[in-house]
Design a protein around this ligand. Structure first.
Ligand code: FAD
Ligand code: NAP
Ligand code: SF4
Length: 671
């Protein structure tokens, strides 16, 4: 069997999990939508059918004031049970198991009634919490137990107690946020009593035959977080209190260290779980940036953990486990860690989905049913839009011919994958290449689709997915070969000197600055990456951070924009700060409110407000946005065939791969 360790059952005594894969907790937004639980049931059912060993739901509050947001889901009363049953029945019908996560947000609550051990505002929420009274502490413990008992009634196989990521339980454990002077504060034993009492209370209510997973913060990544000794002590107490499994939590939400973004090396935190393996007997789950069966297998085979948790990889591909079991990992649609359609949506109060799988959380709405009118379709361009359309249209039974002018498929993703920390984008290209083969799509590389092709071959419809071209700037001296565009740099067509000015500070400007500064990607070297972010594997300090992070500035880079607004404002909600931090580490000089004058032997002449300046740079790289590649649109329309535009050729402004792929899927669904 391939992946024998990953696919080996796990015996918990009273129940067996069919393999070592846990689908980690994710809030989808369906929890609060009208009729959302039916959609949620379809979402989880597909993952259960896909073979996952145990599913954990998004966080459900044990009481009103513990809700993350005013409208967030809560399970405290019998009348709230029935909608959960829709989910548990669907998962059980599909042969799966599911736990409900109980999450009290504490000071991370996004409403004015938040409660916490002490009255200390978090740096990432606008509301100052009230300090809990002793009575409120005791009633909250009861609420956890009540919620767990109701979860059992709703048919869940267990609960996960969210004890990490800086939420209420973490706030009690850490002296950073717990300044209480009563029996719940002060020394560590007092601070850790809250989670232990919660687990004891739950176990008492639910009996022996019910899974209790505890998500333990093993590495806080904030000052005054837990020490390693404290982590071990608490793990042992939780084991005694009756947890069935301990899951790993890495980093508080307010930590300034990336923990799940694409630039985090795969399995970068498995060493923390491995450290705890030596201390407790209860099964342990490793987490964070585990996104392939290979990495999961190696973590379990090497004894670092007993199970692995993957959350976003199940948005990207519901059939992850089945594909691993069938020894076809090359067919898995891999999560690239971009956060663009999952966490960024959640933080914008939108339903989560997935950049590489627009069906995620839309299982009842987006479906590719077999066509009754088979068509022969010509597709112009094998970028994300063209590839997605071709795959979904062919899966419905259409005959697709995919034309690509270049020698490889992928479009701009071939440039994106060259950026340090974006190596995962290779996986999406690999996935599409295998889907093109699987669906017998007639792929014609090095072949430009134009009217002459349509004159010699018969097609029913044409899909134009010819993407974008970099915006040119016509300024004095810009015809100098030292002024180049981002494509020329990433394609290795030009040599770039030690000092560079980048015109344009959108996603590509930021990526280009990173590319020019970080000469070898730390995302492929875990130890270097940990040193870059000041993470200490020897755990000398509370929270697991070193005093000094290691930074090695590469080139002299200026990043420029005309707007006066904050640099990187349009970057991803949950990842923009990482891009800004990396450029700060590399000492990139950022200037806003810039107007560009000319380029000559002195360098780039600019004005910032009324102030003239010359940046003595060797090169200028244009990252000034894109324009739709519409060169052949009129020619195609003139053939009289129905023509559809998707991706960048349709609208270049604010284009990203999420839109390109989704537009391809939506057209394929109806064509
Ligand atoms: P394109 O990717 O431009 O593909 C168009 C394809 O059509 C090309 O392969 C081209 O050769 C082909 N073509 C053109 N004319 C013809 C013809 N006549 N016949 C045959 N073939 C033709 N997006 C994100 O969402 N997240 C990111 O993190 C991200 N990072 C990026 C980093 C960089 C450095 C770059 C450059 C882009 C990044 N993007 C990112 C943007 C993303 O890659 C694009 O939004 C996406 O590729 C657009 O897809 P598309 O299919 O519309 O066009
Ligand atoms: P962009 O985000 O639109 O940024 C273009 C930049 O060029 C802006 O900083 C703009 O700022 C500047 N600009 C525009 N017109 C100009 C002109 N005429 N002269 C000088 N400067 C000009 O586009 P992009 O950076 O090319 O990225 C393209 C898309 O790829 C983005 O929309 C993004 O979604 C996607 N992408 C995403 C990521 C990611 O991490 N999620 C990474 C890379 C790319 P001023 O107008 O203020 O000068
Ligand atoms: Fe992964 Fe990006 Fe999809 Fe989120 S949107 S699940 S990070 S690929």
């Amino acid at each position: 069997m391939s992946f024998p360790h990953l696919l080996e059952p796990l015996d918990l005594g009273f129940t067996q999990l069919k393999n070592r894969v846990l689908m980690g907790s994710m809030h989808t937004g369906l929890e609060e939508e009208k009729g959302g639980f039916e959609k949620l049931a379809a979402f989880y059912k597909e993952r259960a059918q896909g073979g996952v060993g145990l599913i954990v739901t998004g966080g459900i509050a044990p009481n009103l004031r513990g809700r993350l947001a005013p409208n967030a889901c809560q399970l405290s009363f019998s009348w709230q049970v029935s909608k959960h049953k829709i989910v548990t029945d669907a998962v059980h019908e599909a042969g799966g198991k599911i736990c409900m996560q109980i999450l009290h947000a504490g000071r991370y609550s996004y409403h004015p009634f938040s409660l916490a051990p002490s009255k200390i505002k978090s740096p990432i929420t606008p509301f100052t919490p009230s300090a809990m009274s002793g009575r409120q502490v005791r009633s909250t413990i009861k609420d956890y137990a009540t919620s767990a008992a109701l979860a059992k009634k709703a048919g869940y196989d267990g609960v996960e107690v969210m004890g990490s990521e800086g939420y209420l339980i973490n706030q009690f454990i850490s002296s950073r946020t717990n300044k209480r002077t009563d029996e719940w504060g002060g020394n560590f034993d007092n601070r850790a009593k809250f989670p232990v009492k919660i687990v004891e209370a739950i176990r008492e209510k639910v009996g022996k035959d019910f899974i209790i997973v505890f998500r333990l913060s093993m590495l806080d990544l904030v000052d005054n977080g837990s020490t390693w000794d404290e982590v071990v002590k608490l793990a042992k107490w939780l084991e005694q209190a009756g947890v069935s499994i301990i899951n790993t939590g890495i980093g508080w939400h307010e930590a300034r260290v990336p923990t799940i973004a694409t630039s985090v090396p795969r399995g970068a935190f498995a060493w923390v779980t491995e450290k705890l393996k030596k201390e407790v007997k209860v099964p342990l789950i490793a987490t964070n940036r585990i996104n392939t069966p290979e990495i999961g297998e190696s973590i379990i085979a090497s004894g670092q953990a007993d199970m692995v948790s993957m959350a976003r990889p199940f948005l990207a591909d519901a059939d992850f486990v089945n594909k691993a079991a069938a020894n076809t990992p090359e067919l898995i649609n891999t999560c690239i860690g971009c956060n663009q359609a999952c966490l960024d949506h959640t933080f914008s109060m939108k339903r989560a989905t997935c950049l590489v799988n627009p069906r995620a959380c839309y299982e009842t709405e987006i479906n590719f049913t077999p066509t009754t009118h088979k068509k022969r379709i010509a597709v112009m361009g094998a970028g994300p839009a063209g590839m997605a359309f071709s795959m979904y249209a062919a899966s419905r039974g259409h005959e697709v011919v995919l034309f690509e002018a270049k020698s490889e498929v992928g479009g701009q993703f071939n440039l994106a994958r060259k950026i340090p920390g974006k190596e995962e984008f290779n996986e999406t290209i690999r996935y599409f290449i295998n889907q093109i083969k699987l669906h017998n799509i007639d792929l014609r590389l090095n072949t430009k689709l134009d009217a002459s092709v349509l004159a010699t071959e018969k097609f029913d419809e044409v899909v134009i997915s010819s993407g974008v071209v970099p915006r040119e700037l016509k300024l004095p001296g810009f015809d100098n070969p030292k002024v180049v565009d981002y494509q020329q740099v990433l394609n290795g067509q030009v040599e770039i000197g030690q000092s560079v000015a980048l015109i344009g500070a959108g996603g590509i400007g930021f990526d280009m600055a990173h590319f020019l500064c970080e000469r070898e990607s730390t995302s492929l070297q875990t130890d270097k990456w940990l040193a870059q972010w000041g993470i200490d594997k020897t755990y000398q300090h509370a929270g697991g951070l070193t005093e000094e992070a290691e930074h090695h500035p590469g080139r002299d880079v200026y990043l420029l924009q005309r707007k006066t607004s904050k640099m990187g404002k349009g970057l991803g909600k949950t990842t923009g700060w990482i891009h800004r931090s990396v450029l700060k580490q590399h000492e990139v000089k950022m200037k806003t409110g810039v107007s560009y004058e000319k380029f000559d032997e002195q360098g780039l002449h600019i004005k910032v407000g009324e102030q003239a300046e010359v940046l003595a740079v060797d090169n200028v790289v244009l990252c000034a946005g894109q324009e739709s590649n519409t060169a052949l649109v009129d020619e195609m329309k003139a053939t009289g065939l129905p023509v559809h535009l998707i991706g960048g050729v349709d609208v270049a402004a604010e284009l990203d791969a999420k839109r390109a792929i989704r537009q391809g899927a939506e057209l394929a669904m109806v064509i």
